[in-house]
Design a protein around this ligand. Structure first.
Ligand SMILES: Nc1ncnc2c1ncn2[C@@H]1O[C@H](COP(=O)(O)OP(=O)(O)OP(=O)(O)O)[C@@H](O)[C@H]1O
Length: 259
C-alpha cells in the first residue's frame, strides 16, 4: 500500500434491511492518523456504516477496503488478521455484563493472541490505567461502574490489541458535559500517544470541535459532504445548516472560543 492511500475507503456502498435502503451509493475515504467525525440525523445510517466497515454487516453492494484489504470478501483467517488491527467501542460501551473489567479487556486478547494469563492480566492493567480508570476498577463488573467508567472500560477493551484504528459509536452519549469533555480529552490524548486513526460516530458538537480533523455528513443515503468544521458552515443544505449553525452549534462555538 502506498502511504497516501486512505486507511479506510468506501465506494458505492449500498445497505438494505428488507425494502428499506439505508445507504445508496455511499463514498467515504478516511486518511491514516485523522479523527473523522461521522454525523447525520437519527437513522441516517451512521452505526450501520460503522458495522459495515468492520465487516459485521454484509452490504448489498459496493466496496469497502481497510488497510487496502477488501473487508467484504476476505477469507475468515484474513478477516481475523485484519480485525486485530482495529478496535471497536459500540454504543454504551457494550461490555459483557457477566465479566469484570479485566476479563472484558482481556476478551480480545484471548480471542486473538496466545498469551499467558499473567501477561494478559498485566496488559489489561496497563490499558485500564491508560484510559484513566483506577486500579480497583479491574475487578468490578459493568453494573458496578458509572456510565462514564463503563465507557472508559469499553475504550480500554477497544485498544486492547494496540489497534491502528478505533471505531467509537457515540462515546459521549449519556455523559454529563464534564464527563463528555473528559472523554474527548482522553480520545485526543490516546490518539496522539498511539498514533490512532479514529472513526467517531457522534451527535456531539463539542466533540466535533474538540477532537475531529474532519467531519463527514450522512444524509439521503450517502455522504453529503466532508470537510473541516469551518467548511461545514458553507454547505448549502437544510440539515447541515440547521446542525452546524443552529443554537447548539453557536453554544459549542462560544465554549470552544472560551477554552
Ligand atoms: N439490524 C437491523 N435490522 C433492521 N433495520 C436496521 C437494523 N439496524 C439498523 N436498521 C435501520 O437502519 C437505519 C439506520 O440505522 P443506524 O443505527 O445506522 O442509524 P444512526 O444514524 O446510527 O442513528 P442514531 O443517530 O439514531 O443512532 C435505521 O432506520 C434503522 O432502523
Amino acid at each position: 500500500m502506498i502511504p497516501d492511500d486512505p486507511i479506510i475507503s468506501v465506494r458505492g456502498l449500498v445497505t438494505r434491511f428488507g425494502k428499506h435502503t439505508v445507504h445508496d451509493g455511499l463514498d467515504l475515504d478516511v486518511q491514516r492518523g485523522e479523527v473523522i467525525g461521522v454525523v447525520g440525523g437519527s437513522g441516517t445510517g451512521k452505526s450501520v456504516l460503522l458495522r459495515a466497515v468492520v465487516g459485521l454487516l454484509k452490504p448489498a453492494g459496493g466496496q469497502i477496503t481497510v488497510f487496502g484489504e477488501n473487508v467484504r470478501d476476505t477469507a475468515p483467517e484474513e478477516y481475523r488478521r485484519l480485525r486485530r488491527r482495529w478496535g471497536v467501542m459500540f454504543q454504551g460501551g457494550a461490555l459483557f455484563s457477566s465479566l469484570d473489567v479485566q476479563q472484558n479487556v482481556e476478551a480480545p486478547m484471548r480471542e486473538q493472541l496466545d498469551l499467558s494469563p499473567q501477561t494478559r492480566a498485566a496488559l489489561a492493567a496497563i490499558k485500564v490505567r491508560m484510559v484513566g480508570l483506577p486500579e480497583d476498577a479491574l475487578h468490578k463488573f459493568p453494573a458496578e461502574l458509572s456510565g462514564g467508567m463503563r465507557k472508559r472500560a469499553g475504550f480500554a477493551r477497544a485498544i486492547a490489541l494496540d489497534p491502528e484504528i478505533v471505531f467509537l459509536d457515540e462515546p459521549t452519549a449519556g455523559l454529563d458535559p464534564i464527563g463528555a469533555a473528559a472523554f474527548d480529552t482522553l480520545i485526543g490524548q490516546l490518539r496522539r500517544a498511539l498514533g490512532l486513526t479514529v472513526f467517531l460516530v457522534t451527535h456531539d458538537l463539542d466533540s466535533l470541535h474538540a477532537i475531529c480533523d474532519r467531519v463527514a455528513v450522512l444524509a439521503e443515503g450517502r455522504v453529503l459532504a466532508t470537510g473541516t468544521m469551518a467548511e461545514m458552515q458553507e454547505i448549502d443544505h437544510p440539515w447541515v445548516q440547521a446542525y452546524f449553525k443552529g443554537p447548539r452549534a453557536r453554544a459549542a462555538l462560544v465554549q470552544k472560543a472560551a477554552s
